[in-house]
Design a protein around this ligand. Structure first.
Ligand SMILES: Cc1cc2nc3c(=O)[nH]c(=O)nc-3n(C[C@H](O)[C@H](O)[C@H](O)COP(=O)(O)OP(=O)(O)OC[C@H]3O[C@@H](n4cnc5c(N)ncnc54)[C@H](O)[C@@H]3O)c2cc1C
Length: 289
């Protein structure tokens, strides 16, 4: 795992093969990495997509939780102009456009406070409108936005000279902007989204019950998940070392058959994540495996 973390950035993960003994990570360019554990921090949108295959498949409780959590698409479109034509100064930063179509270029903001002299306007679109605009050309979007601005400021305003339309929905590494838990979601759903599956641990803003959707949610979830994983590794090592001491003694006494000794071995090698998880020692109160 250390090798994967330290030296192999910018790889696209396409498959995770997991077993009781470890995880094999296969990347788009065909590289194969072996790891004892994996922390998967891709977005909820990516988890919903087919970018990463799991072998074997994720269990049903996990898939259901991932499917139930919605993805929000949040698009800030940037327009650069040759000069300002909007109101600036103290207390003026946002303006709103009302249109019969809900969410049609509604929220506008100028960048003069943050970047004086940049002559940039930002318009925010969400969900349905985001997806619609992502599917069309930037020229079409520019035409629509200019139509809205001329509606508000009159026909003589200049055309924007540049436009930037982020495509978070179509970006295969994002598939949306952030998680949006449905109102009916409960504690169990959060637990299921963040719960590890065998040796695969999950993290990211969508695994933060308090701060899902935010950068600090992602940050805090990362700390929690790392702690849970370290705790598990530590417990596994402790049991392994105990077992190394125990096995020769058991062999000497001859009190165990070979099958029984193997059973002890396989317990500490294979079932530790599940057992710790079931016992609630990973900070996850309920057993859901
Ligand atoms: C327009 C917009 C505005 C926002 N505004 C705010 C704000 O004001 N305040 C705020 O707190 N939050 C805001 N957010 C949300 C914030 O950006 C997210 O909550 C945060 O980025 C989540 O971090 P994360 O690490 O969980 O996931 P991500 O940032 O999605 O990181 C996941 C990483 O995994 C990589 N990845 C995905 N698939 C693969 C793969 N198969 N192989 C390898 N790598 C892969 C991705 O490239 C990405 O780098 C905004 C988001 C958007 C889109």
């Amino acid at each position: 795992m250390a090798e994967l973390l330290c030296t192999d950035l910018r790889q696209v993960v396409r498959e995770l093969q997991h077993s009781r003994n470890g995880v094999t990570v296969i990347t788009e360019d065909g590289c194969v990495y072996e790891a004892n554990y994996v922390i998967l921090s891709v977005s909820i949108g990516v988890l919903k997509s087919d970018l990463i295959s799991f072998r074997p498949f994720l269990p049903r409780w996990k898939m259901e939780a991932i499917e139930t959590c919605d993805v929000m698409v949040y698009t800030k479109i940037f327009l650069k102009f040759p000069h300002k034509f909007w109101p600036c100064g103290p207390g003026k930063e946002f303006f709103i456009y009302a249109h019969e179509r809900r969410g049609y270029y509604t929220f506008w903001q100028h960048m003069e406070n943050a970047f004086p002299g940049s002559n940039i306007l930002v318009v925010t679109l969400t969900n349905g409108e985001s997806k619609r605009v992502e599917a069309q050309s930037d020229e079409e979007t520019l035409k629509e936005a200019m139509g809205v601005l001329r509606d508000m400021f009159g026909p003589n305003i200049p055309n924007a000279t540049e436009i930037l339309v982020p495509r978070w929905w179509n970006n295969r590494f994002q598939r949306g902007s952030y998680s949006n838990y449905p109102i009916i979601s409960n504690h169990q759903m959060f637990q299921n989204i963040k719960a590890p599956v065998g040796r695969i641990f999950f993290t990211g803003e969508h695994t933060s019950e308090r701060f899902s959707g935010y950068v600090h949610g992602g940050y805090l979830a990362g700390i929690d998940t790392s702690k849970a994983l370290l705790e598990e590794i530590w417990k596994e090592r402790k049991i392994e070392s105990q077992n190394h001491l125990l096995e020769p003694l058991l062999a000497l006494t001859g009190s165990l058959t070979l099958t029984q000794t193997e059973a002890v071995s396989s317990l500490h090698k294979c079932d530790i994540p599940t057992r710790l998880y079931l016992s609630g020692k990973l900070g996850l109160p309920e057993a859901i495996l």
